[in-house]
Design a protein around this ligand. Structure first.
Ligand SMILES: Nc1ncnc2c1ncn2[C@@H]1O[C@H](COP(=O)(O)OP(=O)(O)OP(=O)(O)O)[C@@H](O)[C@H]1O
Length: 274
């Protein structure tokens, strides 16, 4: 594919029906910090969207609002295709992966992954098949009886991902999940995540600081700037799957990282006067 056709403003690329829509979402914390200002974003089913931007531009705040872990001050988040309970509250079929694996050190890998099902009242026996399925997806089925202290950093993150997958979410929300890992482990987890995404067809919203990671993983990159946190650019990445070393070393990848770096640079420059 010629480089120019892989780069365009993103809206043409939205492939499926909208699964989540942020409509003019703003968030001001009680100390007066405007973490998000007027964020409008539609994410289609099956997209892999990265939120990319410098520290403090509101990426985590946006992700938490999407997850229902935080409230927007103004604006709305709509889930047009998700079920609602009897009170009209949306039943978000989501999994959330934090930057730290946040595992219970005293519990086995199995018990850590069982946690979301246990909280939903599902017994260990009834949960067994689903826990093992989730562990199998991340390649850790044989570590079910291990404790977190016996695992490497990458394996702990895999357990954390399995814990997010055990509820069989339609949308996976990931807040810089690989930032603390070494480069080789990070690339391996990038590849495994892409393979699972292609296989299971989830929608992924992925927060990152890394231009390279965002280009490698995403179908669309949403670039954000701080003070106030806002969207300043969207970049479509039309390169087909599977993405691999050939893509990582292609002229198309270089051009996309150049274009994305420029955009990130202007995100920083937008606040030079502050
Ligand atoms: N609970 C809070 N109370 C007050 N201010 C907050 C709170 N949470 C975040 N902020 C502020 O809101 C802004 C956006 O924070 P947020 O964590 O969303 O940014 P981010 O882009 O995810 O940053 P990073 O990449 O460093 O994680 C920052 O200025 C931050 O200090």
């Amino acid at each position: 594919m010629p480089v120019s056709s892989a780069i365009s403003m993103a809206p043409q690329l939205v492939p499926g029906r909208p699964i989540v829509q942020l409509e003019h979402v703003s968030k001001t914390f009680s100390n007066g910090t405007v973490a998000l200002k007027d964020m409008t974003l539609t994410i289609g089913e099956g997209e892999f969207v990265s939120l990319l931007g410098p520290s403090g531009c509101g990426k985590s705040t946006a992700l938490r609002i999407i997850a229902g872990l935080g409230e927007a001050t103004t604006g709305r988040v709509e889930w047009p295709t998700m079920a609602h309970d009897a009170t009209g509250k949306v039943e978000r079929a989501i999994g959330f992966v934090f930057q730290e694996p946040t595992l219970m050190p005293w519990a086995t890998v199995f018990k850590n992954v069982w946690l979301p099902l246990r909280l939903a009242g599902i017994s260990k026996q009834a949960a067994r098949a689903r826990v093992m399925e989730a562990l199998d997806m991340v390649g850790l089925a044989s570590f079910a009886d291990a404790y977190p202290r016996e695992l490497s950093g990458g394996m702990k993150m895999r357990v954390s991902i399995a814990r997010a997958l055990v509820t069989r979410p339609r949308v996976l929300l990931m807040d810089e999940p690989f930032a603390a890992l070494d480069e080789i482990t990070r690339q391996k987890l990038n590849d495994d995540l892409l393979r699972l995404w292609a296989q299971f067809g989830w929608t992924v919203v992925f927060v990152t600081h890394s231009v390279f990671e965002s280009v490698y993983l995403s179908t669309r990159i949403v670039v954000m700037a701080p003070r106030p946190g806002r969207v300043i650019d969207e970049i479509a990445v039309a390169a087909p799957s599977p993405r691999d070393l050939a893509f990582r070393t292609s002229p198309e990848y270089s051009e996309l990282t150049r274009r994305t770096s420029q955009s990130l640079h202007s995100a920083l420059g937008a606040n030079d006067h502050l």
